[in-house]
Design a binder for this molecule. Structure first.
Ligand code: SF4
Length: 637
């Protein structure tokens, strides 16, 4: 393979943003290779990244526009499909809540920005969402309050130099494996790595110290660590100068001082003396990185507030190697917020779909994972549904008009990683069917309404982004094409130097388990099940790994501790009935796992219909993400 056939690009399969080479002659794709000089991935890719090229050779592509006629989809030209979309969408009143937008956090910034324009300026609707934003919206709100801008503080490369790394919750080795690898390398060079997690996750095993707290008490534990740190600070007046001038400090300190060590231990299972010991290490660190999961399986707001407050209290956040990073599972989750297609308005589309009496009549959908089609029956009843995606999915069955989109590397586009690093992937391979990029499609629809955006290419869209999106002003495609991207600039936010503590309440979490439903079920990620598998199912090797798991556990699995398995008289791979306190049940195999605490259980999100049939009926469990705890009973099937 000639050197010129190695095209630098960005992996689009999680919010780490690893650097890759796509091996291609411009027509055929031969594979990928890691980009050794990339500052975050440094010559590494996880299994998903190594096989991301397989997404370019799958046959499960949407290759041309389609229109549903007499119940059947038929091929159509762009002109015909766009004319139909324009005619039908003009029959709905966006301002009256009749049009919803279901966007994608995998779309490029250029596609997200133009979709937001189409929604707001053309369809005149603010009913929108991306489906994964619930957790990230909380992260953004907490970070914006604390640091003055809605984004990560610091960068992922800080992991390589930091003295102290705190991982709250997430099994980062599953969710963002390359970040997990970097943390492991940091530990080996001498950094102190501390994990707060109720399960003995892989990253917990690789850490210097693992606090295995009871479910639902991460925030309490972080606040207790802050209290212990504060006690050390109280006798060190030199280190108090900055922080006690910040808004909210007095209230924060009062709340911390109210923490009872007895109640803390009862709720979390962790002794305060252990936390006091940890605070001494934290106090000695000159640079501190805190990482937590954000997005579909993110933390709840009180826990994130505890994290951002602790970060401020350390008074180390101005060090060049300090950071607080909400780590996203989806590649452009941060970008979708920056472009205005998610954020505060996010989720309003799900609200509209969930309410039987809402005014919504039409839905415009981009690249949605069929594994989490919520409110399917309601969508089927809508008057008009448009679906755009590179890949076939179950959403096609619900659509009246379908548009194809290019896959990654088939068009120019930028993506904003978890730490605000904006990176570009160029068009490195032809789309054999001449599919229009998303921004061009949205512009053509807008033109039917008389709009004149005047974009000639993705670079032109980005010029507009730089003009209108805070933090992006200094960026353009040319600059991003040299090197490995650039972080957007927090100083664009006037409030970026005004740090403030978030208000907190000290609550001693009471387990929702009961004698009838004695297990606390937690939900999270599995490495080979990703993005609800719409993408992974289109690959070969990651799909094989997933299929292997299903071969061993065809109905999926629930992890329980060896003692609980013995108590229930069940063995590995035996089927059990798992029922929640709201009455939802599923039949699933037992996986006996010593990493799970007694009285708790863990299910990865990969079980068919788990989210739609099992989890959603349980109050807010889906929105609460990693912090959700569902009381269940487990009985032999
Ligand atoms: S960690 Fe994420 S960005 Fe990196 S190779 Fe894996 S999926 Fe791609």
């Amino acid at each position: 393979m000639k050197l010129k056939n190695y095209k630098a690009c960005v992996c689009n399969l999680c919010g780490t943003g690893c650097g890759q080479f796509l091996k291609t002659d411009g027509k055929k794709v031969f594979g990928v290779a890691p980009l050794i000089a990339h500052p975050v991935s440094k010559g590494k890719l996880c299994i998903r990244g190594w096989h991301s090229n397989e997404l370019l050779s799958t046959n499960e592509r949407i290759t041309q526009p389609m229109i549903r006629e007499h119940g059947q989809l038929r091929a159509a030209s762009y002109e015909e499909a766009i004319a139909l979309v324009t005619k039908r969408m003009q029959q709905f009143n966006g301002a009256a809540g009749e049009i919803g937008i279901l966007a994608s956090a995998r779309s490029s910034n250029e596609d997200g920005y133009t979709l937001a324009r189409l929604a707001h300026e053309v369809f005149n609707t603010r009913i929108q969402g991306i489906g994964a934003e619930a957790g990230h919206r909380k992260s953004m709100a907490s970070l914006e309050h604390a640091f003055g801008y809605p984004g990560a503080h610091g960068t992922l490369t800080s992991i390589d130099q930091a003295d102290y790394i705190l991982v709250v919750g997430t099994d980062i080795t599953r969710q963002n494996p390359i970040i997990g690898g970097n943390i492991h390398a940091a530990r080996r060079r001498g950094a102190r790595v501390v994990t707060l997690s109720s399960s003995r996750t892989q990253i917990a095993k690789l850490s210097t110290k693992h606090f295995q707290q009871k479910p639902g008490t991460k925030g309490l534990l972080v606040n207790a660590l802050a209290k212990a740190l504060l006690a050390i600070r109280t006798v060190n007046h030199d280190r108090r100068a900055n922080i006690d001038l910040m808004a909210g400090y007095a209230e924060y300190v009062a709340a911390l001082r109210s923490i009872s060590s007895v109640a803390l231990e009862r709720a979390s299972g962790i002794r305060y003396e252990e936390i006091e010991e940890e605070a001494k290490h934290l106090e000695q660190a000159k640079s501190i990185v805190i990482l937590f999961s954000s997005g579909i399986s993110g933390l709840d707001r009180p826990t994130i507030d505890a994290i951002t407050n602790l970060a401020l209290l350390t008074d180390r956040m101005d060090h060049e190697n300090s950071a607080v990073i909400p780590v996203a599972g989806i590649s452009n989750l941060q970008g979708s917020f920056d472009m205005g297609i998610s954020g505060e308005l996010g989720n309003s589309v799900f609200k509209a779909l969930a309410e039987p009496d809402s005014t919504i009549k039409a839905l415009f959908v981009i690249d949605h994972d069929d594994g989490i089609i919520r409110d399917k029956d309601r969508i089927a009843q809508l008057d008009f549904v448009v679906y755009s995606c590179a890949y076939k999915s179950a959403f096609m069955d619900l659509a009246d008009v379908i548009f194809p989109l290019p896959a990654y590397n088939e068009t120019d586009g930028t993506y904003t990683a978890s730490d605000k690093r904006v990176q570009i992937t160029h068009k490195n391979v032809e789309n054999p069917n001449g599919v229009l990029p998303g921004w061009a499609l949205f512009q053509m629809i807008a033109e039917q309404y008389g709009a004149s955006w005047g974009y000639q290419d993705a670079a032109g869209v980005f010029t507009d982004i730089a003009e209108h999106v805070a933090g992006y002003a200094e960026l353009n495609h040319d600059r991003l094409s040299k090197g490995f991207g650039l972080h957007w600039d927090p100083k664009a936010f006037a409030s970026s130097r005004k740090r403030k503590f978030n208000a907190i309440n000290i609550e001693y979490w009471e387990s929702p388990t009961t004698p009838e439903f004695p297990f606390a079920l937690m939900i999270g990620k599995a490495q080979h099940y990703w993005h609800q598998n719409n993408l992974m199912r289109k690959t070969i090797v990651p799909r094989r790994e997933y299929d292997q798991t299903l071969w061993l556990y065809p109905q999926g699995y629930i992890e329980i501790s060896p003692d609980d398995a013995a108590h229930l008289k069940v063995r590995d791979k035996w089927l059990v009935n798992v029922c929640s306190s709201t009455g939802t049940c599923m039949k699933i195999a037992v996986k006996v796992c010593p990493d799970v605490q007694d009285g708790t259980a863990y299910i990865p999100y990969f079980i068919k219909n788990m989210i739609s049939d099992f989890l959603l009926p349980y109050e807010n469990a889906y929105a609460a993400g990693e912090e959700s705890v569902v009381p269940i009973k487990i009985q032999e099937a």
